[in-house]
Write a protein that binds this ligand. Structure first.
Ligand code: GLA
Length: 701
């Protein structure tokens, strides 16, 4: 058996040292060859006053072998077999992938650890599965992916958030001890996005060595990053299993969710470029190759107040502005007059729609738009026909009153009758009406998530995937948006079955800048739902002019979230302008390379998208500029040998309160060489707080 094993992608190397149990000795920049002496060169000394043997930080660190930090596997058989020690039995190596087969014949466990390194994108997928080969049931408590990091990984960037404030980031030193994030909310959650970065000291958007991690899973999870007392450090990411959740009968197996990771020596930009490429090539499957259509979603426009004639008027106005897909949000089904009722009763409310939904859909289609509909299939309201008929379908523990959330309960998708009911209702809706798009919502956390009184987040999550898969098989052309009170269910595994995320219920452009920036580390813009809301934001009451709102929605999957009938002609004209601007640059935005620049002014976000010919750069002033004059804009990703034409395509119309005289180049197209743009830069106008500027830069032939 080879002692060192080397997987390579275009730019990265993953090197294993193979002993009793494999250990990763390098995950980072590509090394051309592996020297024979590396095996010796990486042998560790043994320190005084500790164990007499070396303990590898292996692909599944073992308590039983003397790893005193978090083990990769935890479980037992009525207390026994709690500290397994594995022996490597097989190594199956393919092109860019390897599976290690490990066995513990004492504990009766078989462990497979699988790595797939994607050559083009440099993204690594890592997955474990455990099989009970003993004769008694094995209670699995934890099986987690482990990835070691080098000593110069010294800083963490973690994610936190809440409703209306997803994808917030935090920097933490990483030298002693560790960081733990546990998600028990039963969905990916706003609070605990399953992603993490570790990097060299002070890593930034454009510089530093960074390792990026994302666990593709929509249920509970545990992420941790630890520095051991000997200085070795590692990240772990896996499902958080509730007590009793994974009991393996003899011959049963459990597979962990996939951990996606990558490395870049060019800061966070390199990481997101790799994740975006991987998502585009391996995760998203758009049914049609058409461009991503601009949306109008009715929620903030009319809430529960549905009148088909009025909705058709909204559709007419939407089409005039350039909208391409019109979505009726919550409130269309029988008895749904407010948030306390009717979830589960997925039949059209004929009181609201006496002529059916067909005339509305026809009208929408006649305006040249596709029709979409909101559903929240996993839920039931206590005040609903479904609950009255099937209270036993609620996910919960018998004998307790469980708290409701938004006055609703979760349905037990592992109950076959309940699953069949939901499949049939959705299948009927999609068959009866010409629906091209479903906004699939999920508006509460799981409390007491039990199937047959046993913990069941794992089963519920897999059943949700099955429901989505079954519907997609039946209706392959329907696109689905993953929404969960905004961004409560955003991850790679749900994205395999959906086509867009509603990033947040917060349409406040200022908050959105931060939310979207956090999301952009992992997800490309074509899956990031970004809508222009009304001037006064519904969730914060903050007011923004159209420039800030329009620019903020421009570089995502664009939409509008308001009632166009009530908006002034002037506002509507402005919406049309931003929609047009989005369409002009849509191909670039939805297929180009995204980047964020390290702004000299910390109160500014600078980000953009580029391909080999052109580039769109946004400068958004979040708060009062740090200094009276802005720093020149220096763009690192231009070709120094090329010549470029630079012009402003969007800037505030009226608001330039801080500036008396504009730089002369504004309003003109200027020509600059790549090396001038990179090294010297372009002087910007002084932007007022909460306003933004967009530049279009094209390569001169
Ligand atoms: C959630 C969603 C919103 C909207 C409402 C409808 O909050 O995130 O976009 O669909 O539900 O009830």
């Amino acid at each position: 058996m080879a002692k060192l094993l080397h997987l390579q992608s275009k730019n990265l190397s993953l090197v294993f040292k193979i002993g009793r149990i494999p250990e990763i000795i390098h995950w980072g920049n590509k090394v051309a060859t592996i020297d024979e002496d590396l095996f010796l060169a990486t042998e560790r000394p043994i320190s005084q006053a500790r164990l007499d043997v070396d303990v590898p930080l292996s692909v599944c660190p073992e308590l039983g072998a003397g790893h005193f930090n978090s083990p990769g596997l935890e479980g037992h058989r009525q207390g026994a077999d709690f500290a397994p020690v594995f022996q490597l039995e097989s190594v199956i190596e393919g092109q860019g992938n390897v599976t290690f087969g490990l066995v513990d014949s004492v504990a009766g466990l078989q462990l497979d650890v699988n790595f797939i390194l994607d050559f083009e994108s440099d993204v690594l997928q890592q997955k474990l599965s455990i099989k009970n080969i003993g004769s008694q049931p094995y209670q699995l408590d934890k099986l987690t992916n482990t990835m070691p990091l080098p000593y110069h990984a010294k800083e963490l960037m973690t994610f936190h958030g809440r409703w209306c404030q997803e994808f917030q980031t935090q920097r933490i030193g990483f030298e002693h001890g560790g960081f733990v994030q546990e998600n028990r909310r039963g969905r990916t959650s706003h609070e605990n996005f399953p992603g993490l970065f570790v990097g060299s000291q002070g890593f930034s958007e454009q510089s530093g060595q960074v390792w990026g991690f994302h666990l593709g899973w929509s249920g509970n999870h545990r992420l941790r990053a630890d520095v051991r007392s000997d200085g070795r450090r590692f990240v772990q990411a896996g499902e958080l299993l509730l007590s009793g959740e994974a009991s393996l009968k003899p011959q049963d197996s459990y597979s962990s969710p996939t951990l996606y990771s990558t490395f870049s020596a060019e800061g966070l930009n390199g990481i997101s470029a790799r994740f975006h490429q991987f998502v585009r090539e391996h995760i998203i499957r758009f049914p049609k190759l058409a461009q991503r259509p601009v949306h109008l979603n009715t929620w903030e426009g009319i809430y529960f107040d549905h009148n088909p004639d009025y909705i058709m008027q909204m559709a007419t106005e939407a089409a005039k502005m350039g909208v391409e897909r019109f979505i009726i949000d919550d409130g269309w089904f029988i008895g749904r007059d407010g948030e306390r009722t009717a979830l589960g009763d997925w039949y059209l409310d004929e009181k609201k729609y006496p002529n059916g939904l067909e005339p509305v859909i026809e009208h929408v289609n006649q305006q040249g738009m596709e029709f979409g509909l909101w559903v929240e299939p996993e839920m039931v309201s206590q005040e609903s026909i479904l609950y009255r008929e099937h209270p036993e379908w609620v996910l919960g523990v018998n004998g307790y009153e469980q708290p409701s959330g938004r006055w609703q309960y979760v349905l037990d998708l592992q109950n076959p009758d309940c699953f069949a009911y939901l499949f049939n209702r959705l299948n009927d809706l999609l068959s009866q009406y010409k629906i091209g798009y479903l906004k699939w919502d999920m508006n509460r956390e799981l409390v007491q998530p039990a199937h047959l009184d046993k913990a069941a987040v794992n089963g519920q999550t897999h059943a949700l995937y099955c429901l989505l898969d079954a519907l997609r098989e039946q209706h392959p052309d329907v696109e689905i948006e993953s929404c969960s009170s905004g961004g409560g269910r955003i991850d790679f595994e749900i994205l395999k079955r959906t086509h867009r995320f509603w990033a947040s219920d917060c349409n406040d452009a200022l908050e959105r800048q931060t939310i979207q920036r956090g999301m952009s580390y992992f997800f490309p813009p074509e899956v990031m739902g970004a809508h222009i809301g009304p001037a006064e934001c519904h969730s914060t009451k903050r007011k923004h002019g159209i420039n800030m709102r329009g620019v903020t929605a421009l570089q995502g999957h664009m939409g509008v979230e308001l009632d166009p009938v009530k908006e002034s002609a002037e506002e509507k004209q402005a919406f049309a302008k931003y929609i047009e601007l989005h369409k002009t640059h849509r191909d670039l935005i939805h297929s180009g390379r995204n980047f964020r620049l390290d702004a000299a002014d910390e109160r500014q976000f600078i980000y953009g998208v580029e391909d080999d010919q052109e580039m769109l750069v946004t400068i958004c002033q979040l708060a009062m500029p740090s200094h009276a004059l802005p720093a020149p804009l220096r763009i690192s990703c231009v070709d120094p040998k090329a010549s470029y034409s630079v012009r402003i395509v969007e800037m505030p119309n009226t608001s330039f309160q801080l500036m008396k005289h504009r730089p002369e180049w504004i309003g003109k197209t200027i020509r600059l060489s790549g090396d001038n743009l990179r090294e010297i830069g372009l002087t910007l106008p002084i932007l007022d707080p909460e306003s933004a500027l967009v530049l279009h830069i094209t390569k001169n032939l």
